[in-house]
Design a protein around this ligand. Structure first.
Ligand code: SF4
Length: 150
């Protein structure tokens, strides 16, 4: 069983600010499952560090006003390719990100406010039947995997 994982959750310094979101619960899954790192924004060729982006009215804009919708779509397609090549049926994606967030994302005002919605990659994964969990839902994912393996 392979699980696609936002690379920043595994400690890769691929965030917009060149940091990471290392999460020990996510890393511990690597004892039982093969974790496949994906960073859609890196796959799109965006630099590290980079200006942060958020989704507004269905498009992705950097904080300085550049429309990066095409780049985010390209990164999402590449991340999906990696996930499908590895037959990943599950993904753990960074919550709230304009690429990886699922269910709740930043609202496009760069104020820290949240809104309902999916990041560009999370939406594409969802449309292709990949089950998505946030980093705060590792226990839920383990329960589901245990049921499959029973
Ligand atoms: Fe993490 Fe996803 Fe942002 Fe890459 S695009 S830094 S994996 S949240």
């Amino acid at each position: 069983m392979k699980i696609a994982v936002s690379a920043c959750l595994l400690g890769e310094n691929c965030k917009y600010n060149a940091g990471n979101n290392k999460n020990e619960d996510v890393l511990a899954l690597g004892d039982r499952y093969k974790l496949i790192p994906i960073c859609p924004e890196c796959f799109a060729g965006l630099p590290i560090p980079r200006v942060p982006s958020e989704i507004k009215d269905g498009k992705v804009y950097s904080k300085d006003g550049v429309d990066l919708s095409k780049e985010f779509a390209d990164g999402a397609e590449k991340a999906l390719y990696v996930a499908e090549e590895n037959a990943c049926q599950f993904a753990i994606l960074k919550e709230r990100s304009p690429s990886c967030g699922f269910g709740t994302i930043y609202d496009g005002t760069f104020s820290g406010a949240l809104t309902n919605g999916n990041g560009i990659t999370a939406q594409l994964f969802y449309e292709h039947g990949i089950r998505i969990f946030g980093e705060g839902q590792v226990d839920k994912l383990i329960d589901e995997l245990n049921q499959i393996e029973e």
